[in-house]
Write a protein that binds this ligand. Structure first.
Ligand SMILES: *[C@@H]1O[C@H](CO)[C@@H](O)[C@H](O)[C@H]1NC(C)=O
Ligand SMILES: *[C@@H]1O[C@H](CO)[C@@H](O)[C@H](O)[C@H]1NC(C)=O
Length: 262
């Protein structure tokens, strides 16, 4: 029977996945911490945003390119996974998204995090919910990952990561998300000093921003709004700023955004 066979093979897959949990101690610590605290992108926050309560240490949580528009439906780019360095709890991320800069009510996004201990997470998020990890997509240093989000309405869409070397994809479809509604008024390609929160998104704290190398290049940056493509040159640039110091240096050329750690 097909039904039984499917359940059986699903169970076998779960067992295989559990058996494959990495044994390294840094990875185990990392997983234990990630299970007790959730990862979350916060909307763009810097001193010019109305209602922003400055954090004691983080003056700007995003580095990268923001494009303001209306009717944004698709954002995609391919980024290389850099190596993080510093403590095992220091981290940073690279992602693409819709909203978060001008909307602030919801963000549809996907990307990956690096940690100072050399570990990575691949995730999707519909802010204000915490991010959720994609499973079976283990990122390593130097991987080229295509990140795409598509909004099909204010409360629906999808997020996809693809290993461009192998074509392997993981995807999440959102239907009737009630936590927050998209405005579809901005698109972004971002390096973030993200937050860790309790489940339910409370008690959020920014992570220590991890140094990363080499620079992250977002290539083939593509934005579709009102059915037409929007040039990356329409962007404004922001930098991650911690303790009143810029920790990223971002610039664009053609369809590429490059951000280095400084
Ligand atoms: C804050 O963001 C605005 C809008 O992107 C930008 O013009 C401004 O330079 C940023 N300020 C800082 C201190 O990053
Ligand atoms: C992507 O493909 C490369 C080359 O096969 C592989 O080494 C890497 O582990 C893959 N990464 C992911 C996230 O699939």
């Amino acid at each position: 029977m097909k039904f039984t066979t499917n359940i059986l093979s699903a169970l076998l897959c779960v067992e295989a996945a559990m058996a494959a949990v990495p044994a390294s101690r840094s990875q185990a610590r990392h997983l234990a911490r990630r299970q007790s605290r959730g990862r979350r992108t916060a909307p763009f926050r810097n001193a010019t945003i109305a209602g922003f309560t400055p954090d004691a240490t983080v003056q700007s949580n995003w580095g990268g390119a923001i494009l303001e528009s209306s009717g944004v439906t698709e954002v995609s780019a391919t980024a290389n996974a850099p190596k993080g360095s510093g403590s095992s709890t220091a981290a940073g991320s690279a992602w693409v998204g819709i909203d978060g800069a001008t909307c602030q009510a919801a963000i549809l996004q996907t990307g990956f995090d690096w940690y100072g201990d050399g570990t990575y997470d691949a995730w999707y998020e519909w802010y204000p919910d915490n991010a959720a990890d994609f499973t079976g997509f283990d990122i390593s240093e130097g991987d080229d990952i295509k990140m795409s989000v598509t909004a099909t309405g204010a409360n629906s869409g999808s997020a996809t990561l693809e290993n461009v070397t192998t074509g392997k994809k993981v995807s999440k479809t959102f239907t009737d998300e009630t936590s927050g509604s998209l405005c579809q008024t901005d698109a972004e390609f971002i390096i973030e000093d993200f937050e860790e929160c309790d489940s339910g998104g409370s008690n959020c704290q920014p992570v220590d921003f991890a140094a990363f190398s080499p620079a992250v290049a977002f290539t083939d940056c593509s934005v579709t709004a009102n059915g037409e493509s929007v040039a990356l040159s329409k962007r404004s640039i922001t930098e991650v700023e911690v303790n009143n110091k810029d920790l990223t240096k971002c610039s664009t050329s053609g369809t590429t955004l490059t951000c280095s750690y400084v």
